[in-house]
Design a protein around this ligand. Sequence first.
Ligand code: AMP
Length: 554
Amino acid sequence: MTSSEAFPVIGSPSSLLIHRLLDRSSAWAPSRRIVYRDLFSCTYPEFRTRVHQLAAALTRLGVRQGDRIGVLDWDSHRYLECFFAIPMIGAVLHTINTRLAPDQILYTIDHAGDRFLLCHPDFLPVINPLKERMPAVEGVVLLPDEPPTTPCAWPALGNYEELLARESAPFAFPEFDEQTPATLFYTTGTTGDPKGVFFSHRQIVVHSLAAGLALTSNPEPVPLRADDTYLPLTPMFHVHAWGVPYIATLLGLGQVYPGRFEASTCLRLIRTHQVTFSHCVPTLLQMLLHHPDAQGFDWSRFKVIIGGAALPRGLASLAMKQGMRVMAGYGMSETCPIVSLAQVKPEDAALSVDDHLDILTRAGFPIPLAEAALVDAEDRPVDPRSGIAGELVLRAPWLTPGYFRDPERSRQLWRTGWLHTGDIAVIDPAGYLRITDRLKDVIKISGEWISSLELENALSQHPAVREVAVIGLPDPKWDERPHAEVVLKEGFTPAPTAKDLHHFLRTFVDRGLIHKRAILTEVHFVPSIPKTSVGKVNKRAMRQDLGTTHPKPA
Ligand code: AMP
């Protein structure tokens, strides 16, 4: 018997298209709702109809397979509809980072070659003046919450709701190769132009399945359940809100979209809609916990994944004391993004709260199908059992295959056949990743490398510290010296002095918890710490503010 007789290829199994993440929830959770502020709400079957109508409307406008379609919107149900409809007709969803400077927004739209833009009128003042410099953009669909007052510089293609209202469902979605690009967005590196990162249908689907499986299969400390209600605190342009809207839709969760980010609005929506699940960068959690409206807030049903930067132990412990369930996750734009989650293994469920804190503030255990390894400065493998730190390199079916229109940086990213993260890490004996620093943020003292994250983690545990960031500044004697900027909690008495915090840091050195050179740290109190467009600590801006050109490798 030949092989083709033994394994006849007669059936045609369905391919991994984003389409297939949409349909299930209409039957599984027909009455669960997708809500946008106080302005809009629909059920899953209604949502599905709207995705079909949007696909029909875009097709009528002339959108073809392979076209890039840029979206500039606040976090909304419309954005979620674009997450589905644009790739499902074979076009590529370009989620534009609206917090970039206008010239960088122009760069990304131009580099992506966007044919059409879907734009909230709030962003017209940004893009209108750039019209002549965006020759590829043929037209703009407006996404207004109320009748727009600013005129649009492009030919009017109509308002989103009007375009949808003209169409009827169902739309016959085409079948195509699952490797077709589905999404594109730009990372804002600290040096050079933004880099375009893209993912195929297959990658989005497999990422959703793997991350969804990890989250739903493990109860500690952040279990995702079918009856959860989700609100993204991360902007939807940032790595498509970490891919979680796809997972939430697949599982049929309640979904609440907060529009323009305002902590008070998010808190109100969390309370009103009994939101139970979210994700964000540490600074945002910080902001929510300290917001005046959060006094007396009941966080006992709220679960949150913290990523994009290390979760400081002090912040995790504060969140837990308020009843929240919290854990770190690790990833980057290039990785779709979820690679690991700091979940507690079932065999460790009975450990103490302190041990759990230790686990959930690590960068996590690789989720199913993700592999992590370490390499040294010459890209030679580092044995994780040695306990030596190395650059973290990754493999998983959902990592970006390269940078859009940038073969040189793509080759560099994948130079060993693994994706190079630029993060320094150790993999501990239990298999958890610990990110010790970004290659460019590590502090070099007398030839020894000190982790800025380690120092931040220690200082974050002082009860008066609200936020802390540490950078290395040039020093004639030591090469570099740690410079800590600390924001104190308002009204904390007695307010510590810099000397007190220095003494506090020394107790970690004395206990052998951090490097002895940590005592060289200079502590400075500041009213606030600069942030990037996605709310992470901006160490490059800190260096610039201090007037140092101290260069760090990208
Ligand atoms: P981005 O591409 O803007 O999402 O940034 C990705 C970078 O954020 C990573 O390369 C890490 O340096 C950092 N990062 C993300 N998650 C963590 C984590 N759990 N711990 C430490 N650093 C993290």
